[in-house]
Write a protein that binds this ligand. Structure first.
Ligand code: NAD
Ligand code: GLY
Length: 365
């Protein structure tokens, strides 16, 4: 198995710039852990599903560089992305007398990555952390760009910080153990980069979708690399979502309403985003920004990726209610990421009546 990174994408943020290593065999590769900030200890934060698969390999590799390498396996699932699990991280750090040079290593999907990043931002006012994403969704999106958070009972990802990792390590081998439903959920975030930024990439996804679903290593490698390149370009221009970065939320406004309306966990985040992209494409068409051929093409790709294309029957008012508390909403006015011609996104409002029409057309009766 290869140990050399096949590609490195750089994210340019001045003195907070960092590399995203993408390749096979990286968890135990000798180059992966070199040049990290040097303290006496590291803490691998993972969960009870990922720990038995990959924690030993990372712990052994880190042991060459740190005198002490602790492992904390949190309970698995979005339901545990809250204060209790976060406090387990602080309890361990303080219990082991970890100092401000301790390096946190987030080994897992977006839940582990977001929580560990937030813990790193807070512990002793900030310690270095490395993202080691093991889901496709985390490799192409959540591990890159420094959004960290936990959930509050009244809202998802509402308590958090912008805090960049010092490195992202995308070991493509880890995707081989991912459940098929999680792979499809990750594909939603891959697909989103096409319509918002790069139609050539959407062409490539359309051609290679079967290879991606079959976990062909070369196809996965390019999907992760191109996604990270696009995200790095956007975040490099607008780290704190003053404007441009919001385009990365294509499909997320409708998707958030699906997740919240059904109860978080019923649909996976990526499933809701996939269906949300279908809805947002229809809304773009109703507003005269794209033609129906574009909407139909995107819908076919989403369906082929194993994602739902019909929204749950929550009722228009429930959708509107949840979309009004989306983080992009301004004074209760919903703002959507729409496609303003293939490959170009715009963030804007839309009349409630048009949104209601789209919801009626795109949801189960
Ligand atoms: P997740 O972290 O819950 O992981 C999905 C499931 O896959 C879990 O059961 C996990 O234990 C399991 N798993 C992880 N890696 C595995 C592997 N290699 N083999 C087998 N099983 C594995 O979910 P996710 O989709 O990775 O992330 C969703 C989270 O990410 C949400 O909380 C969302 O809010 C967040 N998110 C954050 C950002 C950001 O910019 N920070 C962006 C998108 C999503
Ligand atoms: N996932 C959207 C963002 O990072 O901004």
């Amino acid at each position: 198995m290869a140990h050399t990174p096949i590609e490195t994408v750089h994210i340019h943020l001045g003195d907070r710039s960092y590399p995203i290593l993408i390749g096979a065999g990286l968890l135990s590769g000798p180059g992966t852990w070199a040049d990290l900030p040097r303290g006496s200890s590291a803490l691998i934060v993972t969960n009870t599903t990922v720990a038995p698969l990959y924690a030993a390999a990372v712990q052994a590799a880190l042991a060459a560089h740190f005198a002490q390498v602790h492992v904390l396996a949190l309970p698995d699932g979005e339901a545990h992305k809250g204060w209790e699990a976060l406090n387990q991280i602080f309890d361990l750090l303080l219990g082991k007398a970890c100092d401000r040079r301790t390096v946190l290593v987030a080994l897992g999907g977006g839940v582990v990555g977001d929580m560990t990043g937030f813990a790193a931002a807070c512990y002793m006012r900030g310690v270095p952390f490395v993202q080691v994403p093991t889901t496709l969704l985390a490799q192409v999106d959540s591990s890159v760009g420094g959004k960290t958070a936990i959930n509050h009972p009244l809202g998802k990802n509402m308590i958090g910080a912008f805090y960049q990792p010092v490195r992202v390590v995308c070991d493509l081998d880890t995707l081989q153990t991912l459940p098929a439903r999680e792979l499809s959920a990750g594909l939603a975030e891959v697909i989103k980069y096409g319509p918002i930024s790069d139609m050539t990439f959407l062409d490539w996804i359309e051609t290679h979708l079967d290879a991606l679903l079959a976990r062909d290593p070369a196809a996965l490698a390019w999907a992760v690399q191109r996604s990270c390149q696009i995200k790095a370009e956007v975040v490099g221009q607008d780290e704190r979502e003053g404007g441009l970065r919001a385009i990365l939320n294509f499909g997320h406004t409708f998707g958030h309403a699906i997740e919240a309306g059904l109860g978080f966990g019923e649909w996976l985040h990526g499933e809701a985003v996939g269906c949300g992209m279908v809805m947002a494409a229809h809304l773009s068409e109703r507003l005269g920004l794209v033609d129906m051929a574009f909407v139909q093409r995107l819908t076919r790709i989403i369906e082929r990726a194993g994602l739902p294309k019909v929204g749950p029957a929550l009722g228009v008012e429930t959708y509107l209610h949840h979309m009004r508390v989306d983080k992009k909403a301004q004074a209760g006015d919903i703002r959507f990421v729409l496609i303003d011609g293939p490959g170009r996104a715009v963030v804007r409002g839309a009349p409630d009546a048009v949104v209601a029409d789209v919801l009626q057309a795109c949801c189960a009766a």
